[in-house]
Ligand binder design. Structure first.
Ligand code: PMP
Length: 342
């Protein structure tokens, strides 16, 4: 991948802001360089702008060098950075599967970038030819999501690899739900495809949606571009500290995932027994897409009973569907109890 031909010229030539904490590296005891208040420890100091301690831990866990990791304010930040790095507003476009996670389109709209949707087939699989046909000379990125939100399935791997091989621009594989999946991650293919960007997040299996921390894994060169354009101290110290403590608890996270996978099976089987449920789609994620008789009516009924699910009735290929997150055994019991009374 000749990155220079894909990055917007203003970004390629950008001289990034140089923060006090990135200019001085090393040991010192008196910091008079960043106009901080010397009192009020422990949060009077700016955080590490490149979050090396967190990245080192993630690197060990994932087997990806720390220089190939970008940390963002949720995975929503790297999604936005992909547009800002690669897409000239009003000129360039991206191609994405449909239906999928809504922020790809919102970020396209904010950045005035054309968003081309390619429908999944009836089994929610991606048609690589249809994606490749939607690409033209102004296509700068392709977004796929596996396991996909809201359909819950993992995409066919061979099709995603075909896209990676046939399109020279950035291919984003969003793996927000990978920890719940029976399929392997695409991280192992980073060395094979210089145009691959894999997104993961602390918001799902890691139980840390509140700290807003997302990960992008890519070539060193792509990560350098993201680092150039991000806000200087995008990840605050509280978030970095919490992430470090969670990374020490990988065993706990595994236990949660085990429980949630068991609950996913139980919830799917109990839901499919209800007469109002037409179909429970197979899921590789921590939620179920469920087709019911009248999705909006069921949604309203559940709200009245204090249970909030996501109504996906108006989404492509999801007519009549609710998206239901797998909760604790007790939460799932309350959901089934309420739905049984319908
Ligand atoms: N990608 C997908 C597929 C998602 O479903 C979500 C959240 N719903 C995100 C990314 C955003 O995650 P984060 O909280 O890391 O911004």
């Amino acid at each position: 991948m000749d990155l220079k031909t894909w990055v917007r010229p203003n970004i390629w030539n950008l001289k990034p802001y140089s923060s006090a904490r990135s200019e001085f590296k090393g040991e010192a005891s008196v910091f008079l360089d960043a106009n901080e208040n010397p009192y009020n420890a422990p949060y009077n100091r700016y955080p590490d702008p490149l979050q090396w301690a967190v990245k080192e831990k993630i690197s060990q866990l994932k087997g990806v060098p720390a220089e190939q990791i970008f940390l963002g304010v949720g995975s929503d930040e790297p999604i936005d950075l992909i547009y800002r790095a690669f897409c000239e507003p009003g000129i360039d476009n991206v191609v994405a599967i449909d239906p999928t996670y809504g922020m790809y389109q919102v970020c396209a709209d904010i950045n005035n970038v054309e968003y081309r949707k390619v429908s999944l087939d009836n089994e929610f699989n991606v048609d690589a030819d249809a994606v490749l046909n939607a690409i033209d000379t102004h296509t700068k990125a392709v977004f796929v999501c596996s396991p996909n939100n809201p359909t819950g399935n993992s995409l066919n791997r061979a099709a995603v690899e075909r896209i990676l091989k046939s399109f020279a621009g950035v291919v984003v594989v969003d793996e927000a739900y990978i920890d719940f999946s029976s399929q392997p991650t695409f991280l192992h293919l980073l060395n094979e495809y210089a145009n691959l960007v894999v997104l993961q997040t602390f918001s799902k299996a890691w139980g840390s949606a509140g700290i807003r921390l997302g990960m992008a894994f890519a070539s060193r060169e792509i990560i350098e571009i993201f680092n150039k354009i991000k806000y200087p101290y995008n990840i605050n110290k509280l978030t970095q500290e919490h992430a470090l403590s969670m990374l020490e608890k990988a065993g706990q996270v595994k236990e949660w995932v085990t429980i949630l996978l068991q609950e996913r099976v139980r919830l799917a089987s109990e839901l499919s027994r209800l007469s109002i449920v037409k179909k429970v789609y197979p899921s590789d994620a921590n939620f179920l897409l469920v087709k019911v008789d009248d999705a909006s009516a069921v949604y309203r009924y559940l709200v009245e009973n204090g249970i909030i699910v996501r109504n996906r009735n108006n989404i492509t290929l999801c007519m009549g569907c609710l998206r239901i997150t797998v909760g604790t055994p007790e939460e799932n019991r309350l959901l089934i109890e309420a739905m049984t009374k319908l």
